[in-house]
Design a protein around this ligand. Sequence first.
Ligand SMILES: NC(=O)C1=CN([C@@H]2O[C@H](COP(=O)(O)OP(=O)(O)OC[C@H]3O[C@@H](n4cnc5c(N)ncnc54)[C@H](O)[C@@H]3O)[C@@H](O)[C@H]2O)C=CC1
Ligand SMILES: N[C@@H](CCC(=O)N[C@@H](CSC=O)C(=O)NCC(=O)O)C(=O)O
Ligand SMILES: [Zn+2]
Ligand SMILES: [Zn+2]
Length: 379
Amino acid sequence: MSTIGKVITCKAAVAWEAQKPLIVQDVQVDPPQAGEVRIKITHTALCHTDSYTLDGKDPEGLFPCILGHEAAGIVESVGEGVTEVQAGDHVIPCYQAECKECKFCKSGKTNLCGKIRSATGVGVMFNDRKSRFSANGKTIYHFMGTSTFSEYTVVHAISVAKVNPEAPLDKICLLGCGIPTGLGAVWNTAKVEKGSNVAIFGLGTVGLAVAEGAKAAGASRIIGVDIDPTKFNQAKEFGVTEFINPKDHKKPIQEVIVEATDGGVDYSFECIGNVSVMRSALECCHKGWGTSVIIGVAASGQEISTRPFQLVTGRVWKGTAFGGFKSRSGVPELVEKYLKKEIKVDEYITHNLKLSEINDAFDLLHSGKCLRCVLHVSD
Ligand SMILES: NC(=O)C1=CN([C@@H]2O[C@H](COP(=O)(O)OP(=O)(O)OC[C@H]3O[C@@H](n4cnc5c(N)ncnc54)[C@H](O)[C@@H]3O)[C@@H](O)[C@H]2O)C=CC1
Ligand SMILES: N[C@@H](CCC(=O)N[C@@H](CSC=O)C(=O)NCC(=O)O)C(=O)O
Ligand SMILES: [Zn+2]
Ligand SMILES: [Zn+2]
């Protein structure tokens, strides 16, 4: 029986309150309105940003909500005026939209899109500023415009990347966030050149994707910095050439790196979300040209600081969202690269569970033993 135009009742993991386990329960998902797409989510992974919001650290965090933003699925139905995707298409929902019309999209200077951001930041859809999710009549907010911890979700059409149906959805779901972020931070934001020295702070999925991107860009030295030494062996496989554990040194870690690299690295990347490490990452850069890219998401109220002299003397401080990739155009290209074995994806998947086991997946994420856990939602 067709579900087109009807409310769908399905399972979703609802975050009713910050710092509480998710409840996997029935929710009602409204049909897509004009400019919207309803997607059957087949697979979703967990990212540390989901955990950050669930922990109550996100100033934009709203409850109750359906978290999740690293996923893949199949279009169930489309709303009025949607022509770029149709029922049956394989897609990756993107938390950064690409309308191709707004001031941001047309600028050529950024991958950020301004069209629907005011709605996605407050958990609603742009069309009527309302949510498409509810549970027994109670509204449940969207998250990051994606809400993929659900068997069905509704997203804006300008946030949907149509991908090659040959690609396995249980793998390419990872191309919705962490891997593109790390690769793109190197290729699009820093633009690392052959022969560069690079330092990576934090060797989780994002940091390892930075290493993979830096290796592909021809970096000479790729220094991995982590307080967990169990990360080091695995990191070698992604391109890290040497390791530093700040706990093994009495000096500030930036001094250790500056001494080890004849004045500092050409590029550094903060992949943790720790504002004190962000300072170290900037200050380990070479005078005159070293560039540091902030990737990690810091908690509400946290601020970065350094001596302005660090910037006066030529270091550059930058940040990146989704690695600077324009979502709808960039994600299908990354899927093709994966199919041609030009980028890793399978190697980042350390665990597979079901949607009903989502709280165990969060525990794994916090254990430090998990890169990405893929939840099999409906396959
Ligand atoms: N800007 C963006 O577009 C995106 C940002 N993120 C953010 O990137 C960050 C990293 O994400 P994941 O790799 O998934 O996280 P993760 O938690 O898997 O990795 C963090 C790593 O940092 C290490 N670490 C923790 N404290 C440290 C310290 N003081 N010094 C050195 N190492 C330390 C941990 O041992 C771990 O290996 C998170 O803040 C996440 O929210 C994630 C995706 C996109
Ligand atoms: N909501 C937070 C900031 C969260 C944040 O920085 N998100 C990143 C993506 S993290 C993915 O895992 C991002 O791309 N931000 C750009 C955006 O448009 O949201 C806060 O308010 O501080
Ligand atoms: Zn993420
Ligand atoms: Zn736009």
